[in-house]
Design a protein around this ligand. Structure first.
Ligand SMILES: NC(=O)C1=CN([C@@H]2O[C@H](COP(=O)(O)OP(=O)(O)OC[C@H]3O[C@@H](n4cnc5c(N)ncnc54)[C@H](O)[C@@H]3O)[C@@H](O)[C@H]2O)C=CC1
Ligand SMILES: O=C([O-])CC(=O)C(=O)O
Length: 311
């Protein structure tokens, strides 16, 4: 199975590292516009092979899309990341043009691929990729919810002082500092609601920390995070390539689900060889419904800024 990752920067390279280390694909192509950069990242990753024991062939190319031909999955991480103090939404001006061109280029060489959009503002970039390529909606997946849910589990594990792998929890809604919706009511510690162990106040703190999880890391690192984003993409790609049918929160085009249409936003999805195989339309309570409607409104107003790019 072949995976192309466009953008060999922090997230793209970390994703290639995670995919090869875990043996998820037989071939990974990293593509970047920076001369020699993807080649260098690929060589560095390949020099891990004997020490970590993987057999994936990772190669790098400078803007040569012919080398990406017939990829099963293409991950788009190209574009600029935010700096401390910025929102993801502020990246739209530069990233929209990049994502549109990249999506068109990859589709020209891999007409049957499934596209995973990572570049921010991710929900709007997913919508843009869908509109620009006209691909069926099951083949364009925005990655954000997998990462946000993993951060939610991390913060719950800190509050509980228990391992995050014992915790199941999901974040839906937009992938933005104010648009994410950590589903606290449904989070569980080994099947037991977390509200059995944490007070309302503690749970609110966990939800708030989750929502600004990316901003916190950006403040600490000077640029946005990459290890957990790369691992989250690999987790998603694994479910696609190995037809695992995992339920993962992904940004996907809604057609009436959750009371929304013509918008890509995070909801639980079954992910398999056909990409989005099912949108899981769970019953939200009134507060969650209101939060989802508000989140969708914010994402929709960001999408309106795409008019000139899509014209
Ligand atoms: N959806 C999510 O959960 C996450 C999204 N992100 C987003 O991912 C994007 C990438 O972040 P980083 O890897 O940290 O940035 P980075 O700056 O380290 O890497 C971006 C790479 O894209 C390349 N690039 C730019 N234009 C290109 C083009 N037209 N074709 C091919 N390559 C091109 C650059 O040369 C650079 O190497 C950002 O927009 C960031 O906000 C980051 C983390 C999580
Ligand atoms: O925070 C950012 O800008 C990058 C991102 O989407 C994340 O790490 O969640």
């Amino acid at each position: 199975m072949k995976v192309t990752i466009v953008g060999a920067g922090n997230v793209g390279a970390s994703c290639a590292d995670s995919i090869s280390y875990r043996g998820i694909a037989s071939e990974v192509v990293l593509l970047d516009i920076r001369e020699g950069f993807a080649e260098g990242k690929a060589m560095d990753i390949m020099q891990c092979a004997t020490n970590t024991g993987f057999n994936t062939n990772v190669s790098g190319v400078t803007n040569d899309y012919s080398k990406t031909a017939n990829s099963d999955v293409v991950v788009i991480t190209s574009g600029i990341p935010r700096k401390p103090g910025m929102t993801r939404e502020e990246l739209i001006g530069i990233n929209a043009g990049i994502v549109k061109t990249v999506a068109e280029n990859v589709l020209a060489h891999s007409p049957n691929c499934i596209v995973v959009v990572v570049s921010n503002p991710m929900d709007t970039m997913t919508y843009l990729a869908l509109k620009a390529t006209g691909l069926p909606k099951n083949r364009i997946i925005g990655m954000g919810g997998a990462l946000d849910s993993s951060r939610f589990r991390y913060y719950l594990s800190k509050a509980l002082d228990r391992p995050s792998n014992d915790i199941s929890a999901m974040v839906i809604g937009g992938h933005g500092d104010t648009t994410m919706i950590p589903l606290t009511r449904l989070a569980a510690y080994n099947g037991i609601p977390v509200s059995e162990f944490l007070s309302q106040e503690e749970l609110e703190k966990v939800a708030a920390a989750t929502m600004v999880g990316g901003a916190t890391l950006t403040g600490l690192l000077g640029t946005s995070a990459w290890y957990a984003p790369g691992a989250s993409v690999a987790y998603l790609v694994d479910s696609i390539l190995n037809d695992q049918k995992k339920m993962i929160a992904c940004s996907v085009m809604l057609d009436g689900e959750y009371g929304q249409s013509d918008i890509c936003i995070g909801v639980p999805c079954i992910i398999g060889k056909n990409g989005i195989e099912q949108i899981v339309d769970i019953k939200l309570n009134d507060a969650e419904k209101a939060a989802f409607a508000k989140s969708a409104e914010a994402v929709r107003s960001m999408n309106a800024d795409l008019k000139t790019v899509l014209a």
